[in-house]
Design a protein around this ligand. Sequence first.
Ligand code: PLP
Length: 357
Amino acid sequence: AFNFCAGPAALPTPVLEKAGLELADWHGKGLSIMEMSHRSADVVAVCDKAEQDLRDLMAIPDNYKVLFMQGGASSQFSMIPLNLMTGSGKADYIVTGQWSKKAWQEAKRYGNAVVAASTESNNFSSAPSQAELVLSPDADYVHYCPNETIGGVAFDYIPDTGDVPLVADFSSVLLAEPLDVSRFGMIYAGAQKNIGPAGLCVVIIREDLLGKAQACTPTMFDYKVCADNASMYNTPPTYSWYLAGLVFEWLKDLGGVDAIAEINHRKAKRLYDYIDNSGFYANPVAIANRSIMNVPFTLADSKLDKLFLQESEAAGLLNLAGHRSVGGMRASIYNAVPEEAVTALIDFMADFARRNG
Ligand code: PLP
């Protein structure tokens, strides 16, 4: 079966196989890595290697900390204002879909979170241009979501925010294509798309942004505490961290982010080209803002949705239903989804359209 789930998403098959083999007896130690102390040399080595591999994959500059945190990406919606909205008390939020809207709504609880641009009036089907962003020079940071998972809307540029730190929710597009980390104050990503199991969240933060947290910030939410303790202030989610490390190793073996980006762009282009030329399926997103990871599409007649989902599942093409808030279909084609999956999907879609068009 091929899994097109938006999250938790498919994990690379070789990673699952390796983790399966090591599950009960890690490296001949007679116990699972899940059962080992996070202070043991073995676990610390696994965690350090995962961080180093991520640093290598993304060419993360030395003046950035990599944190392995908990509570998914959603906890960051509170941690970001708690840690960073502490200068002028104001932050700019670019709203291009449900996730960036949630981030903005949460930030409002902690300070003056201002909408710098919103595409809600066009049903979140595009991203604003740089010229459309209304940014305040005295904002503590600017927040945006480069790839909105639900709407399949992606920025085709990195916003220029001058000296104001840019904070980005890369949950559904981290490691999908090369990225210049130095353009950002902070990058974060819930793990369950291109990294590993849900619950883990990777945070990449420039060192000068540490140590600014509001006094009321829970200790566990303070980026400086997390950085000073190498993400082990408490017992970290070691098994998820270990699995993330296996995914990073897999990606390195494959040739790294450049190699996967080429595959990702090819997969997305084939799917969009098919949809656009089908006369039966449609994608509502402005062409420049189409996501390479999440491809929503509608059928010519929504009455056929149920049949499409039944038949696709029977054909081994899983989790193609769109988000419950928008309906239609969505194929998420993250790093772990192989090209054969896209071929199988297009073949199925073409056959379905022939029979029902
Ligand atoms: N941000 C984006 C872009 C997402 O796609 C998701 C989840 O799918 C989240 C945030 C929330 O992540 P979590 O469920 O890990 O809190």
